[in-house]
Design a protein around this ligand. Structure first.
Ligand code: UD1
Length: 336
């Protein structure tokens, strides 16, 4: 266990808050920086929260100095693929430009370890829908491009500076909630399939649109590699251990290595919801969506020794359903 301080940007958000919870549980000293644009105060358990922007130069410099930060986990970002297609500059500003600012401040402050939340969207449409870390990076939406540019900045900064080492984690499709039920994916306007389908099952939304039924996939709907948020969070702790032990900078896929179609996810939500049919509407394809995106997932296990514990779609959906019910019982959770 390290006694140095860790800055978590976006630590009040969905994935960031699960990671913060795990870090605090193992006794790390953590500071969260989050502008609460999509995060919630109630998600930050047992650690100081500074409300502000990763793009705020003075604030970031002050936080790094005041808290003697030597490690940064950078989650803060916009993440919605279709929104990035309709409003690309929002994504380049908040993802790429803000990361540039953060890296500049980290370099000046002598930060030594950096874990970056990247995305499978950097691959675009990989051959046979399966992405290896060395597959070509050809994003098909501005979200993927905004993250890939950040990867490049990080790579080039680390090459130019002997101090900073990094792990880039390319997330596949995160889903589910804290198995202990303390935190979860709270944003009511979320667009992620598992979340939306569970909201429909819980009666919070009237119906689910299936975006595209004519993809070249076994049942015509999009295929994704759904990873439980608790496993994704633990990959960050493994990445930190790796860097603390002197590991070299590296880029790793973070998924399970197998995919489910939209229809398969819908079926599982129906099963978990007592067999009740979900109201669904077949809709046209959504802008920026690849047909299939599944991780080649071996490298992260070899390099970090990461062992996922929740690789099971039913477990993922159950935890998400439980969280939707808690949100219904306690609407105060989403008041900031
Ligand atoms: C998600 C992430 C993105 C990441 C990508 C990696 C978010 C908001 N998105 O995007 O950051 O780069 O995983 O693969 O974190 N679908 C429906 N109906 C819906 C919602 C989705 O049919 O209401 C379908 C989509 O068309 C797609 C699949 O479900 O085929 C998954 O979509 P979604 O959950 O939105 O995630 P991604 O767009 O893959």
């Amino acid at each position: 266990m390290s006694r140095s301080s860790i800055l978590v940007t976006g630590g009040a958000g969905y994935i960031g808050s699960h990671t913060v919870r795990q870090l605090v549980e193992r006794g790390e000293r953590v500071v969260v920086l989050d502008n609460l644009s999509t995060g919630y105060r109630s998600a930050v358990l047992g650690t100081p929260l500074i409300v502000g922007d990763t793009g705020d130069r003075d604030l970031v410099a002050r936080v790094l100095q005041d808290h003697a930060i030597d490690t940064v986990l950078h989650f803060a970002a916009h993440t919605i693929v279709p929104e990035s297609v309709s409003d690309p500059l929002k994504y380049y500003r908040n993802n790429t430009c803000a990361t540039h600012n953060l890296l500049e401040r980290c370099d000046a402050a002598g930060v030594r370890r950096f874990v970056f939340s990247s995305t499978a969207a950097v691959y675009g449409i990989p051959a046979e829908g399966l992405a290896r870390e060395d597959s070509p990076t050809l994003p098909i939406n501005p979200y993927g491009a905004s993250k890939l540019m950040s990867e490049w900045m990080l790579r080039d900064l680390a090459a130019a500076s002997s101090k900073l080492r990094y792990v880039v984690l390319r997330y596949f499709n995160v889903a589910g909630s804290d198995p202990g039920g303390r935190i979860g994916h709270s944003a009511p306007t979320a667009t992620l399939l598992v979340k939306v389908a569970c909201q429909v099952a819980a009666g919070v939304r009237p119906s689910l649109s299936i975006f595209g039924t004519d993809y070249p996939t076994p049942d015509g709907t999009g295929v994704r590699d759904y990873i439980h948020v608790e496993d994704l969070a633990s990959a960050h702790l493994s990445a930190l251990d790796y860097l603390q032990q002197g590991g070299a900078s590296t880029t790793l896929n973070c998924g399970y290595g197998h995919g489910y179609s939209v229809r398969e996810v819908v079926k599982m939500v129906e099963r978990v919801n007592g067999g009740r049919a979900l109201p669904v509407a077949e809709s046209p394809r959504r802008a920026g969506d690849p047909p299939s995106l599944v991780a080649h997932a071996q490298r992260i296990r070899e390099v970090l020794g990461w062992v996922p514990r929740f690789d099971d779609l039913e477990t993922i959906v159950r935890s998400q359903m439980d969280w939707e019910h808690r949100l219904q019982r306690e609407p105060g959770l989403t008041r900031n």
